[in-house]
Design a protein around this ligand. Structure first.
Ligand code: FMN
Length: 143
């Protein structure tokens, strides 16, 4: 039986968490998340993080339980932890909002097909809107 869940949280990026630290987080995600079959996205702006994780219920909670203790952010606010029928995000990705173009910039290798899916999700053109996407938008408004 499938135990597929989504977990979404937002947090505040610590002022001393510079670009080099974000690069390190990205490196950890790249190595660890695919091994656990975790997909989703980590978005960051100057002051905020938003992470959307999908995968096995226990795996994503285990990941969240140590990520929330990471000193590079604070004020971690769990927004969703609920079952889903299927994955929304096709792969694991990390990106940031390009404030000038109001679009996502991907920091990970991403196929054109996946990129199109992400952009569509962000722009909310998809009919199957999920709550998580509303949180993504909220993040963009805060950025
Ligand atoms: C906002 C934020 C999100 C993070 N997301 C992940 C993640 O999805 N996967 C992960 O392995 N580590 C993530 N980390 C880093 C972990 O807290 C931890 O440093 C890392 O998993 C250590 O693993 P490593 O020793 O293999 O690099 C995140 C950290 C922060 C601050």
């Amino acid at each position: 039986m499938s135990n597929l869940y989504k977990l979404v949280y937002t947090s505040s990026r610590r002022p001393d968490c510079g670009e080099a630290e974000v690069e390190k987080i990205l490196a950890s995600c790249r190595v660890n998340n695919p091994k656990k079959n975790i997909t989703g996205i980590l978005l960051h702006s100057k002051h905020r993080f938003l992470q959307y994780l999908e995968g096995d219920k226990d795996e994503i909670m285990r990941l969240f339980s140590y990520v929330k203790k990471d000193s590079r952010h604070g004020g971690v606010n769990l927004r969703y932890y609920s079952p889903i029928k299927e994955r929304v995000f096709p792969s694991w990705q990390m990106g940031y909002k390009d404030l000038n173009k109001n679009s996502l910039v991907f920091q990970t290798t991403i196929s054109e097909k996946d990129q199109a899916i992400f952009e569509k999700l962000i722009q909310d053109e998809d009919q199957n809107e999920v709550e998580g996407i509303r949180v993504l938008k909220l993040f963009f408004e805060m950025a």
